[in-house]
Design a protein around this ligand. Structure first.
Ligand code: 5AD
Ligand code: FES
Length: 365
């Protein structure tokens, strides 16, 4: 895929039904061939909304004093939820939170990972739950420690690869350079690495989004999670508004399809933010080449406290309601769920295998 081809795909308007059908068809074909048609679940626990950062777009930013219920779930609550995840057949778990770098927090996460890996071992999951972390920018040694505890995937969105835009949506203490070096550390430390961007940010162009995709490819990432930018009323970006709903939805879907065509064998998530725009948003993402979705496992009592953007779905529901709801949604598009599996992307598996091969060659020489 050239930059020009990516731009053409991203520019398809929601009114051009024949171009849309053609795009969906191409994306589905590549998905089927490269990663299969199963949808993999990653149960997500948003275990703390305490955040030391102040990203201008985010509802749980440090200086949003209207979030009065700052919480961190207890170890027991998190473990119980993780075991429910394993028993429900979701082979993989995402631990996500606001960003903290203090030693107490890191030790807490380290302990969580070890305990979850141990306690979730069963006949169905001989290696326990797969664990993905999403706890932001950390020191390389921290990434290393957390990997040694048993986390094997990490999500860190780049948000945008355009330097000027990145600067506009973050405080000066956060830089694109730091974010990129974290992604490199994650790779070096041996994680399967996921990244992504927000789509439709004020000041973002189609060209920038095409460059984002080329960045994903150059960084050789294993997983992509992207979603529409949705305004949060208490954020400093609120006055800049957001894209009109229908065009934003189509642009987000076009991004998913373009990523599938440009990085054929990676895992692509159909994210919750799509469902904030339209009730069937996540299913639609899956029909444009996405193969992963993240059922929300956060206890109902604290869900209200984790609203990164307005209109987040599932806030009033429980994890059991989401389980039933998603089952119907996936069945409605004729897809099946890959239960009891980590569901690593073929891209990651190929890379790991290539590394093993080269290591064993070194040994035999
Ligand atoms: N709209 C959409 N996505 C958002 N995120 C944070 N705030 C918003 C928003 N207002 C996304 C960011 C972050 C992820 C956890 O949530 O991309 O990396
Ligand atoms: Fe949560 Fe539908 S997925 S209510």
């Amino acid at each position: 895929m050239t930059r020009r081809e990516l731009i053409d795909i991203l520019s398809i308007p929601h009114t051009d039904t024949s171009a849309i059908e053609d795009l969906k068809h191409r994306a589905h074909e590549v998905m089927e061939r490269e990663v299969g048609t199963e949808v993999y679940y990653r149960g997500i626990i948003e275990f703390s909304n305490i955040c030391t950062l102040d990203c201008h777009y985010c509802g749980i930013r440090r200086s949003n004093t209207r979030v009065t219920d700052r919480y961190t779930l207890s170890k027991q609550e998190i473990i119980d939820t993780a075991l429910w995840c394993a028993e429900s057949g979701y082979g993989s778990l995402v631990l996500q939170s606001g960003e903290r770098r203090d030693p107490a927090f890191i030790s807490f996460v380290e302990d969580l990972i070890r305990t979850i890996r141990q306690e979730s071992v069963s006949q169905r999951l001989p290696d326990g739950l797969g664990i993905t972390l999403g706890i932001g920018e950390q020191e390389e040694e921290t990434y290393q420690r957390l990997a040694e505890s048993g986390a094997h995937r990490y999500l860190l969105r780049i948000e945008t690869t355009n330097e000027a835009l990145f600067r506009r949506i973050h405080p000066p203490s956060q830089t694109l350079t730091d974010r990129i070096s974290c992604l490199k550390s994650l790779r070096k430390t041996g994680y399967q690495v996921g990244t992504g961007v927000m789509i439709g940010l004020p000041g973002q162009s189609i060209d920038m989004l095409a460059d984002d995709i080329l960045f994903f490819r150059d960084m050789d990432v294993d997983m992509i999670g992207m979603g529409p930018y949705i305004v949060h009323e208490d954020s400093p970006m609120a006055h800049r508004g957001m894209m009109e709903k229908e065009s934003l939805m189509q642009l987000s879907l076009n991004m998913i399809a373009a990523v599938r065509l440009a990085l054929p064998d990676v895992n692509i998530a159909s994210t919750t933010a799509l469902q904030a725009l339209y009730p069937d948003g996540r299913e639609r993402g899956l029909t444009y080449g996405a193969n992963v979705t993240m059922p929300n496992l956060t206890p109902q009592s604290v869900r209200k406290g984790y609203q990164l953007y307005q209109g987040k779905p599932c806030v009033e529901e429980s994890k059991t309601e989401c389980r039933g709801c998603l089952r119907g949604r996936i069945a409605s598009i004729g897809r099946t769920v890959g239960f009891d599996a980590w569901g690593d992307s073929p891209h990651a598996l190929r890379r790991t295998r290539a590394r093993h091969d080269s290591l064993s060659r070194t040994v035999s020489f």
